[in-house]
Design a protein around this ligand. Sequence first.
Ligand code: COA
Length: 139
Amino acid sequence: MPMRRPVFRIQSLNAQNEEAFFSLARELFPRARIHLLDSDRVWLAYSGGEAAGFVHLRALPHSFYLQGIGVRPVWRRHGIGRRLLARAMAQAAQTGSPGGLILKVRAGNSEALAFYRSCGFMVERVSLSSWRLRWRSPN
Ligand SMILES: CC(C)(COP(=O)(O)OP(=O)(O)OC[C@H]1O[C@@H](n2cnc3c(N)ncnc32)[C@H](O)[C@@H]1OP(=O)(O)O)[C@@H](O)C(=O)NCCC(=O)NCCS
């Protein structure tokens, strides 16, 4: 029998869920310094009342930069990361950004690499410490 996907909803960042975003981001990336610019876009995935994941997108002059994406361990492999990333990709596509969406991933983070590749990202540059990936809208 196929596994049933859990029900979750995606919310844009607002005054009510901002604290949930910071709390989740700090929990998932304890060593990162997380700050928001006014022009950043953030979406949270909720399952019931619980914030299960987030994606944080920053506009650059000719592209978008994926500042961060994370899903709580218990919620991984349920399609939440893909749905969140799709939001960020849609934003890049709608804006007609010529450089598309770029991100850096730590070289040893093979799970994240597999995730991004499965979502259509191409490896653009490889160094010992990190890989740079890019996605461009086909349209
Ligand atoms: C990377 C991350 C956001 C993926 O979120 P997720 O909700 O588990 O991803 P999804 O369930 O949407 O996975 C979509 C596809 O990506 C691939 N994928 C995801 N996690 C994977 C893993 N651990 N190993 C191999 N492939 C993986 C699969 O193809 C998967 O499709 P499938 O489950 O139908 O096989 C999540 O693992 C995470 O939060 N990791 C820790 C934080 C992190 O490393 N963030 C990225 C920093 S650059």
